[in-house]
Design a protein. Structure first.
Lengths: 409, 325
């Protein structure tokens, strides 16, 4: 009687702990991990859009009183992208207070920024210099407030992603331990009964034992596979995305620096120094890799990185020519070499570099989604399966013992 | 029972309140509603330490007299500072790119234009025979002396007041424009003169004579400094300062860009503008003064004034040169 109760309790506990645990982890994978992944992508898009708006506004200013339509449209698209990404991030409830505070600051400062840029545009069209002062103020808002807030937001959301992934990939030690305990108890009971009844097998208990072993194996294996897929989603997905996003942002910052050096006109040493810093980060001190090294990226990403590195080198040498022209007093030529439409201008080169990185980010985001889906798939049905097996276990144990005892009596 | 419940509720709400107080303090600089301001604004301004040279210790307008006739363009006397510039193939001039009518970037063309830009071209013409052999470097107000001392520019032509303090470290040409400090406010401002500035925020460029003059003549005002005087116009338009006080010539440029402002009639200092040159290059100063003499005599100065500064009022006589020999 006591043995029956103990086995039933152990079996039930294993089933409940296992099924609930699997359900929780599956929910984390489908919910928190997938959601944080999307939020990370949105936060990265927000940073990119803001940074590109800064670079584009400066380039448009350089081209003279009436900016080219393409630059205007690009700026407007950037602002729209930034607003859309901000809506995604704030709608997703970017977790802790740090993220919420960053969202509040961006929401408050983005209209201030666009207002300053529009003021600069109007004055610029009137041909008066105060437009330049407004552009500098706008760029200051971008660099001192918006971009740092966007960076904080990105950090907060990625931290959330890491946390969710760790939780979802945790091994179900408790349920597995209960399962092992159940198996041990079943073995003890069967040996006791064998001695008492001289029968080697008891169908009910054998079924219960097989069910218990299956529960433990399913729990353990599904957890291991899911953790493996989640790790892959990090290593081949979100980690690559983070690195590529870093590279893209460094490139955009360098581009804005290049334009602002020309806007500042001989007084832009701070921007030029920052350009060097960004280029060092992007392509390394000796322009041999930096954030663009192949590392253990997959083949498609490696190709994109190699192409991006070539563009970065081309850009850097074209940039040196721009600086040379400006330093030699050929300002108009320097501006053309920087913002002109021909394929050798630094604007065109930086544009191609951005495209390469953008495509690689898209590719790795897709890898991330696939791996997360895979992790979710490996847990799919496990809760119901484990529940059914546990029921079988309990029934088998109860029936087996009762029968044998009845027979014995 | 009821009393005990009340105590428990009080304790609980105290705990909740304490918890809120702890987490409500925002991190520094994270206030979303903080207004935007130009980069590098100091409010209140950090004033430069007053200089040793007292006012009136010298005649700030007196420069070095030109020696004889000007050398012909392209044939600068060997060993002179001018010959070195000719060797380099271009004259490097530190200018403003934000001072409407004096030195500013024409947004339509992207080129630097203005009265001071044309003066620089005249210098280049005198040295090379071509007004285009000049490289303009936009520099900030605070950077003017350092740019000369470090040799980053040959000459600074950037609404720079000649005063005895600066004469200690650099040389000036003779006066090429007579300015004076005035006050600009929004059109409906209650501020009528310098005496109304007490407790008000007044903006001027960092490292300018204007910011010192505010501290000296309106000690109760709150000086605010910005890297460029033009940033002060932005601050005034955004209602972040109550007044801008700088040279009337600069303010006239502001008034042209914003009809919602007015310049108060008081002009409470004299600010003679000179071209600044390295302390060692006395020969270059004498040469520049020779060029200025010629421009005053042959009507070039008047032509340039009419071209750029006619909005300041009727064309005056060019400032008369004064020499210390």
């Amino acid at each position: 009687m006591l043995a029956t109760a103990a086995l039933v309790v152990l079996g039930l506990a294993t089933g409940v702990a296992g099924a609930v645990g699997v359900r929780q982890r599956a929910d984390l994978v489908d919910g928190a991990v997938a959601r944080s992944g999307e939020l990370t992508v949105a936060a990265q898009q927000l940073y990119r859009a803001l940074s590109d708006a800064d670079a584009t506004a400066a380039s448009a200013f350089l081209t003279g009183g009436v900016e080219p339509v393409a630059l205007r449209e690009r700026y407007q698209a950037d602002i729209a992208d930034a607003a859309a990404a901000l809506a995604v991030v704030s709608g997703g409830g970017a977790g802790d207070g740090r993220g919420a505070n960053a969202v509040a600051r961006i929401a408050a400062q983005l209209p201030v920024y666009t207002g300053l840029v529009e003021t600069a545009r109007v004055y610029n069209r009137q041909g008066v210099p105060v437009g330049g002062a407004y552009l500098r103020e706008a760029s200051g808002v971008m660099r001192e407030r918006l971009l740092p807030a966007a960076q904080e937001l990105y950090d907060a959301v990625s931290a959330e992603l890491d946390e969710a992934r760790d939780d979802a990939g945790a091994f179900p030690w408790f349920a597995v331990a209960l399962g092992v305990l159940t198996i041990a108890a079943l073995v003890v009971v069967q040996r006791f009964l064998t001695r008492r009844t001289n029968r080697v097998f008891n169908v009910g208990l054998v079924v219960a034992t097989v069910a218990a072993v299956a529960v433990v194996l399913w729990l353990g294996l599904s957890a291991l596979v899911a953790a493996g897929r989640l790790e892959a989603s990090h290593d081949r997905g979100s980690e690559e995305v983070a690195r590529l996003a870093d590279a893209r942002i460094a490139a955009l910052q360098a581009r804005a620096d290049e334009s602002l050096t020309l806007v500042a006109r001989g007084n832009g040493q701070a921007f030029e120094t920052d350009y060097d810093k960004m280029m060092d980060r992007l392509a390394g001190d000796d322009r041999s890799g930096g954030l663009l090294v192949a590392g253990d990226a997959d083949a498609s990403t490696r190709d994109a990185l190699a192409a991006a590195l070539t563009e970065a080198r081309n850009w850097d040498s074209a940039h040196k020519q721009v600086r040379q022209l400006d330093n030699d007093g050929q300002y108009a030529q320097a501006v053309t070499a920087s913002v002109g439409g021909e394929p050798t201008s630094t604007a065109s080169i930086a544009g191609r570099l951005d495209e390469r990185l953008g495509a690689a980010i898209e590719h790795n985001s897709e890898v991330f989604r696939q791996e997360v889906r895979g992790a979710g798939g490996s847990l799919a049905g496990a809760d119901i399966g484990i529940g059914l097996l546990a029921t079988l276990l309990v029934l088998g144990a109860a029936i087996g013992i009762q029968r044998r005892l009845a027979e014995y009596r | 029972m009821r009393a005990r419940l009340a105590v428990a509720v009080a304790l609980l709400s105290a705990l909740v309140l304490a918890g809120c107080g702890g987490s409500d303090t925002p991190p520094p600089g994270a206030n979303p509603a903080e207004p935007a301001r130009p980069v590098g604004v100091q409010d209140p301004a950090v004033l430069p330490t007053s200089s040793a040279a007292a006012a009136g210790a010298c005649n700030p307008r007196a420069s070095y007299r030109p020696t004889g006739a000007l050398p012909a363009a392209g044939r600068m006397p060997s060993g002179s500072a001018m010959a070195r510039i000719q060797q380099a193939g271009r004259l490097v001039v530190g200018v403003d790119q934000n001072n409407f009518r004096f030195g500013y970037r024409d947004p339509k063309t992207g080129n630097l234009v203005g009265f001071e830009i044309d003066l620089a071209r005249e210098l280049a013409k005198a040295i090379f025979g071509s007004p285009d052999k000049v490289l303009f470097r936009a520099i900030t107000t605070a950077d003017r002396e350092k740019a000369i001392q470090e040799g980053r520019v040959d000459v600074v032509i950037r609404s720079m007041t000649m005063n005895c303090d600066r004469w200690e470290r650099i040389n000036f040409s003779t006066e090429y424009f007579s300015a004076g400090q005035a006050i600009m406010v929004t059109r409906d401002s209650p501020i009528k003169g310098i005496k109304d500035l007490a407790g008000k925020k007044v903006c001027a460029a960092t490292g300018s004579t204007s910011i010192r003059n505010i501290a000296a003549k309106a000690p109760d005002a709150v000086p605010v400094s910005a890297p460029d005087a033009l940033d002060c116009l932005v601050l005034l338009q955004q209602l972040q300062v109550d007044a801008v006080s700088t040279d009337d010539a600069i303010l006239a440029g502001f008034a042209e860009q914003d009809r919602g402002t007015k310049i108060l009639p008081d002009r409470f200092t004299e600010e003679p503008y000179g071209m600044a040159v390295k302390k060692e290059s006395v020969d270059l100063v004498r040469f520049v003064n020779g060029v200025l003499e010629r421009m005053r005599a042959d009507g070039t100065w008047t032509r340039l004034y009419n071209a750029w500064l006619s909005s300041l009022g009727s064309t005056p006589q060019p400032p008369a040169p004064q020499y210390r020999d």
